[in-house]
Structure formats: structure tokens, C-alpha cells
Design a protein around this ligand. Structure first.
Ligand code: NAD
Length: 496
């Protein structure tokens, strides 16, 4: 049965929002007692005063994480036991799905149906999938001479801190904490200051599931305070980050200035979605292209923000695209029928509108959307926008907008399309639409990007690695490859 907007409003009335940090198995105020206001972009309502942690709290959480790691209370459990606990954690997240979905939507603005049917189940699934793998992994015996035994073993890295963004707050966090915890590390999560509430809430669920106190800690607060303190900390072994390329670079500097902690960065994107004239079905390509820019208000690292269309089908394709985008209209984020919710905050909304102005100034033609809307809700909504006549050199084709603004670029040849697609500092993802199998493979091979979608956009699950080439980052989330980030490889040579 669909939960209506008024049902959600009623549930909000009885929500008891926890907004403190979680260290050593307990909720606590920031050491300084500072807080920051959490206001919903959905309609401007006040949600909570959230603990604003800083260096003192980071030091406390790292000390606790180090202590629990060294005690072996989690790291030394049999993998099958960690698996069972993590699966309980996933189950508890699902049991609390509606509450978590409501928090996620109110906190960062995404449509409630997406929070309920995408974010929360995907978070539980990431934990479950990862947990299920860990008692089926084996280490290696090296190809040694006869009188030697060489063991190659994977060991937990120790204390892992993760700094995550606001666009998929729980999913992005789970892509870090699931493999890190699965491998036996102790963990500190620093959610974005724009979306801290679900991270804070699941800390209790982790404890309830049986993850020992001190193994999973949450520090809400700002990047330049607690985030920086974690990144500069001498006793954090791994820093797992998802966020912008600019901050990723800064974190690498902090690591160099401190203890050379491993920094894994999933960063920005400006992905090309390329429609050839021989696409199997132009209408479904248009629908895919619309979803690729409008889903999650365009606040998606893999958003197909550059749409490359072959000139011979351009005139036929553009009306299909405009029509497809009609299905993506902003609406109140708590309405279950809404497909485009609120932009996360005023700064992000201003940023999107500024890029729309830049696009117009640089001579691109705005052919759909691009206006602020639903102001009467008190929320931050913008209509998904399409720019036609874009050249890849324009600012709107080079810079990550992180909002629902699509740049349509026309091309003539395969080589030109490939050159344009790769002409970006980013290399996170790309789409290609063609019915020619050889062309699809050749194009995919030529793309310098971590995820390629053929005749679809944004597909995939936990089974394949996810991450970027170039300035979109390093390392991979998801799949068995994610374990590499949170483990050290040890070689042990035994003389026989
Ligand atoms: P952001 O880089 O501004 O912030 C990300 C996190 O870093 C936040 O928690 C923030 O508090 C923290 N931070 C900021 N300054 C810091 C500092 N000096 N030291 C330590 N931490 C600091 O990014 P955002 O606006 O939250 O998210 C949007 C970005 O995330 C986009 O660029 C998007 O492409 C990227 N992203 C990438 C992926 C991916 O998997 N590649 C997924 C989602 C989002």
C-alpha cells in the first residue's frame, strides 16, 4: 500500500530525530557542545541541531577505533561470524526502512519513493552482498621454490575513516563501511554536514546488530573541521572518500602532510552519453538520456550530463528527448508520485542556476526547463534543463554542475564522438547507444572511464567494481575489488 504524503507527515510528527555523534557505542554531544542547524530543503522545515564535531572528537573516535581494533573484538572474529552480524545489520536497516527513508528525504531532498525503494534497500543490499562474500574468500600460496612456503595473506588495515557526500548519503557510506567492517577494520564515518541524519541513526542499528561498541563510530560535522582532523590524523590508516575532485586532492595533501594514510577517492564526473544513429530504439535512448540527467535531481556523480547525438538523427531525437523529460517534473519530495525532488541546499540551487546563466551567456540554447519552481512550498526546486547547441569547450560541458542540466552536443563521426567523450578531466562513466555490437565494444574500449553502459544508462549492482579513471578518482567501490582498499597484503616466507 502506498504511503501518502499525509501519512509521511504524520510519521514526521512522531519522529524522534537523533542528532548526536556516536563514539564507543554511545550517542554523545560534540566535545565543544557545538551544533549546527539541519534544515530540510524539501520545504524549509527545521529538523535538528546536529552535533558539530571537531578535532577533539576525531581524536576520541580514533583512539576508540584503535583500541577496539587492537583488542581483536571484531577483527579476530571468524569471517562467518562477522558475516552473520553484518547480515543482521542489513536486516535491521530494512526493518527500519520507512523511518530511514523519511530521514533521508527530509535531510537532502530526494523523492520519498527513491529513498524508500532505492536508497535504503540498496544500502541493506550492499551490506548483505559484501557480508555474504567474506567467508568464501581465500588467501594465496605463492609459486615458491620447493624449499620455501610463501603465504600471501590479506589483513585488515586497522582504523578506517570515511568521508562521504550528501547525494546518496547511506548508499555511499555503505560502499565504504560494508567492505571495511567485513574485513575486520574499525570504522569512523563522517557524513556530509548536509545530510548527517541517517548515518547517525544507523549507528544504533549497528550496535543492535551486534557490532561491538567502538567498531562503528559516526562524527557529524563540517569538512574543514572534523573531516580535516581525520584526514590529518596520524593514527588513521585508511581514508575512504566520496565527494568532489577538489576535496579529494586536498585529502591527498593531508595524507602526505601526516602519516601517508591510504587515500581512496571516488570523485566527480562529467559523463558522456553517446547516441549513434543506429541506436536500437531512439525513444528508449531518449528516455535513458532524460533519466540520466534528472534522476536524483541530477545530483549523481555518474549523471549523463553530456549527451552526444549523431547529427543525422539530431532533429528526430531532440523532440523525443524533450518529451521524455516531461516525465521528470519537480514535486514535493514527500509526495510518493514525485520523480524530481528538492536540490540539497540554497548554495547548490544557486550553483545550478548560475551554470544555467553561464550556458546562455556562452551561446548554448536552453530548450527546456531551467527555472526555479515550487517556491510556495518553501523548498528548493528547479526544473531539469536541456541545452542544445553546446560545444564541448563550453563551461557547462567541462565543469561538473551536479544538478539537472543537460548539454546536448552534436557529432558526425565515431572518432569525433570518442574524442569528445574523452575530452574531460573526469573519467567516471559513459553510455553508448548502438545496435552494432562491434562498434559498441570498440567504443567502450576507447573510453577512458570506469563504468560503461551499452544501450542503457546507469545500470549495475554490487557484482561489478565502481570508480573512476583520471580525476574521477582511484580505487574501486563495490564487488570483491572493494576489499583491496581496506586490507594490506602480507607476504610470509617459511623456510622448509
Ligand atoms: P564535497 O567534496 O564538497 O564534500 C564531500 C565530503 O567531504 C563532505 O562530507 C564534506 O564535509 C567533506 N569535506 C569538505 N571539505 C573537507 C576538508 N577540507 N577536509 C575533509 N573533508 C572535507 O562533495 P559533495 O558536495 O558532498 O558531493 C558532491 C561531489 O561528490 C560531486 O563532485 C560528485 O561527483 C561526487 N560524488 C562522487 C561519487 C563517486 O562515486 N565517484 C559518488 C557520489 C558523489
Amino acid at each position: 500500500m502506498t504511503i501518502t504524503r499525509s501519512d509521511w507527515e504524520q510519521r514526521f510528527q512522531s519522529l524522534n530525530i537523533e542528532s548526536r555523534a556516536f563514539i564507543d557505542g554511545q550517542y554523545c554531544a560534540a566535545a565543544s557542545t557545538a551544533t549546527f542547524e539541519c534544515i530540510s530543503p524539501v520545504d524549509g522545515r527545521f529538523l535538528a541541531n546536529v552535533a558539530s564535531t571537531d578535532e577533539a572528537d576525531a581524536n576520541a573516535a580514533v583512539a576508540v577505533a584503535r583500541r577496539t581494533f587492537e583488542s581483536g573484538v571484531w577483527a579476530n572474529l571468524a569471517p562467518a561470524e562477522r558475516k552473520r552480524t553484518l547480515i543482521r545489520f542489513a536486516d535491521l536497516i530494512l526493518e527500519n526502512r520507512e523511518e530511514l527513508a523519511l530521514l533521508e528525504t527530509l535531510d537532502m531532498g530526494k523523492p520519498i519513493s527513491d529513498s524508500l525503494n532505492v536508497d535504503i534497500p540498496a544500502t541493506a543490499n550492499a551490506i548483505r552482498w559484501t557480508a555474504e562474500a567474506i567467508d568464501k574468500l581465500y588467501d594465496e600460496v605463492a609459486a615458491t621454490p620447493h624449499d620455501q612456503l610463501g603465504l600471501v595473506t590479506r589483513e585488515p588495515a586497522g582504523v578506517v575513516a570515511a568521508i562521504v557526500p550528501w547525494n546518496f548519503p547511506l548508499i555511499m557510506a555503505s560502499w565504504k563501511f560494508a567492505p571495511a567492517l567485513a574485513m575486520g577494520n574499525s570504522f569512523i564515518l563522517k557524513p556530509s554536514e548536509k545530510s548527517p541524519l541517517t548515518a547517525i541513526r544507523i549507528a544504533q542499528l549497528a550496535l543492535d546488530a551486534g557490532i561491538p561498541k567502538g567498531v562503528f563510530n559516526v562524527l557529524p560535522g563540517f569538512g574543514h573541521t572534523v573531516g580535516k582532523a581525520l584526514a590529518l590524523h596520524m593514527d588513521v590508516d585508511v581514508l575512504a572518500f566520496t565527494g568532489s575532485t577538489a576535496i579529494a586532492k586536498q585529502l591527498m595533501i593531508y595524507a602526505g602532510q601526516s602519516n601517508m594514510k591510504r587515500v581512496w577517492a571516488e570523485a566527480g564526473g562529467k559523463s558522456a552519453n553517446v547516441v549513434f544513429a543506429d541506436a536500437p530504439d531512439l525513444r528508449s535512448a531518449a528516455q535513458g538520456a532524460a533519466a540520466a540527467i534528472a534522476f536524483n535531481q541530477g545530483e549523481v556523480c555518474t549523471a549523463g550530463s553530456r549527451l552526444l547525438v549523431e547529427r543525422s538523427i539530431r532533429d528526430q531525437f531532440i523532440p523525443l528527448l524533450v518529451e521524455a523529460l516531461q516525465g521528470w517534473k519537480p514535486g514535493h519530495a514527500l509526495d510518493p508520485a514525485t520523480t524530481v525532488g528538492a536540490v540539497v541546499d540554497q548554495r547548490q540551487l544557486d550553483n545550478v542556476l548560475r551554470y544555467i546563466d553561464i550556458g546562455k551567456e556562452q551561446g548554448a540554447q536552453l530548450i527546456a526547463g531551467g527555472n526555479r519552481t515550487l517556491e510556495d512550498t518553501g523548498g528548493l526546486y528547479v526544473e531539469p534543463a536541456i541545452f542544445d547547441g553546446v560545444s564541448n569547450a563550453m563551461t557547462i560541458a567541462q565543469e561538473e554542475i551536479f544538478g539537472p542540466v543537460l548539454s546536448v552536443i552534436t557529432f558526425d563521426t565515431f572518432d569525433e564522438a570518442l574524442a569528445i567523450a574523452n575530452d574531460s578531466i573526469y573519467g567516471l562513466a559513459a553510455g553508448v547507444w548502438t545496435r552494432n555490437l562491434s562498434k559498441a565494444h570498440t567504443f567502450a574500449r576507447g573510453l577512458r572511464a570506469g563504468s560503461i553502459w551499452v544501450n542503457q544508462y546507469d545500470g549495475g549492482d554490487m557484482t561489478a567494481p565502481f570508480g573512476g579513471y583520471k580525476q574521477s578518482g582511484n580505487g574501486r567501490d563495490k564487488s570483491l575489488h572493494a576489499f583491496d582498499k581496506y586490507t594490506e597484503l602480507k607476504a610470509t616466507w617459511i623456510k622448509l
